[in-house]
Write a new protein. Structure first.
Ligand code: HSE
Length: 310
């Protein structure tokens, strides 16, 4: 039965996990976007308010990831009513924390909740992807962990092509977001169109090693495998100042690896205990503060469940 209002939360996500470009991702416990939807008699979606985006996101529902996803759900069920969305951005834009995916997923989940849950989570995937595609293109490495939770392998964009991987025990993350903006489109434009066969073999080996380590529950091996990317990070590192120094300081503070989260600029350090994550977050943040850039830091574990109705 349709409700008069509903609210949903969708978490931050780390895409790629280093070497797993466009296919691996995880959901982070803590920050995320929250969307409230109210039923309206007029069909379609309107965006009533966006809080926390400093006026940067489109208010036009046809151009907004959450609006597009919610409208796709309405259309899928032939709803005669509409909805008004209030979006609370808990995630910074263009930060590498899956901000657009979180809004798209929250938009799809809240729309479904408002309509009385006519669609399954697998069906929501397609509609959340429609929202995400408007901003970053059709890949599910943020959408899948955001919707399903945990660590996901997306070898395609349909629910049958998404695998939930086990979450190694003791995995802790430090996420440091330097105060610079890296637009996903730009971070994708700098990538090579082709790679030599030898590089392809090394990258494939890195992904295989990473997935094996995840199934073994071996955080140290997982971290080492994540850092074997020789294609994407080398092409993007110039977009993120001081990345080499950040990695050095992270390891000094006890982290096992440091990679770019998604398209950046957030850096994701992998640790095997909470203290190391905290110390790493502090050390890398201090680096960016000393450099006059500034940074935000978050520490957390993997969120086992994905987006949820509040
Ligand atoms: N896999 C994507 C990338 C994530 O690194 O470009 C950002 O959408």
């Amino acid at each position: 039965m349709p409700l008069s209002s509903a609210e949903a939360f969708a978490p931050a996500t780390v895409a790629n996990l280093g070497v797993g470009f466009d296919i691996l991702g995880l959901a982070v416990d803590g920050a995320g976007d929250t969307i409230r939807a109210e039923l309206t008699a007029t069909p379609g979606v309107v965006i009533r308010e966006i809080v926390g985006d400093h006026g940067k996101l489109p208010r036009d529902p046809l151009k907004n990831t959450a609006g597009i996803a919610a409208a796709a759900v309405l259309k899928a069920v032939n709803a005669s009513s509409g909805m008004a969305l209030t979006i609370h951005k808990g995630l910074p834009l263009a930060s590498g924390l899956g901000s657009s995916a979180a809004s798209a997923v929250a938009g799809a989940v809240v729309a479904n909740a408002l309509l009385g849950e006519p669609l399954t989570r697998d069906q929501l995937l397609e509609h959340a992807l429609e929202g995400e595609a408007a901003v970053t293109g059709y890949h599910a490495d943020n959408i899948a962990p955001c919707l399903y939770g945990g660590i996901t392998l997306s070898y395609g964009v349909t629910s049958g092509e998404i695998v939930r991987l086990p979450v190694p025990e003791g995995l802790h993350l430090a996420l440091i977001t330097p105060h610079i903006e890296v637009l996903t489109a730009k971070a994708r434009a700098v990538l090579p169109a082709n790679v030599p066969l030898k590089t392809m073999v090394a990258q494939t080996a890195g992904v295989a090693r990473l997935i094996h380590a995840i199934y073994q529950g071996d955080v140290a091996q997982m971290a080492a495998a994540m850092e074997t990317d020789t294609v994407v990070e080398p092409a993007r590192s110039h977009l993120i100042p001081h990345i080499a120094e950040a990695r050095r300081l992270a390891k000094e503070a006890g982290a096992l690896a440091l990679v770019i989260s998604g398209a950046g600029p957030t850096l994701c350090a992998v640790c095997d205990h909470a203290d190391a994550a905290l110390l790493t977050a502090q050390a890398v943040t201090a680096l960016y503060e000393d450099a006059g850039i500034g940074a935000d830091r978050r520490v957390g574990t993997v969120l086992a469940s994905g987006a949820y109705v509040i």
